[in-house]
Design a protein. Sequence first.
Length: 149
Amino acid sequence: MSKSQETYSKKEKEKKRLKKKKEKDEKRQERKANATEGTLDNMMAYIDENGNISDTPPDPENKIEFELDDIITSIPKQEEFDMEAERKGKIDFFNTDKGFGFIKESETNESYFVHYKGLIDDVTEGDKVSFELEKGMKGLNAVNVKKIP
């Protein structure tokens, strides 16, 4: 007769596995027994007119009607402005090694990107300049940038 293929450690592992399974089943049964009635009405939460979370549904008489046209679902259009007009500003930042910088407009304090290809004169940071705007891939770019005294 040959010896059994099941060793002592295999038997112990099997016992542990069965014990864990039994404990898990007992816990599941206990949770089922202690569970409260979970209906949709018990789980519902409402938000009142002040933005607070409440258990009671809102009063339908206090309902406010909105016109569909009053609801804005997109970014408002930017105001149109003359891009050909010459503007004045100051070089806020310019990296000569990389060939780009930013001009801060004097009137609106808006900052515009400028590339070395849009320069007519050589500029450094702090120079006062006049420029025009052109629509680029990522927004408005300053072009025809000239130094002014």
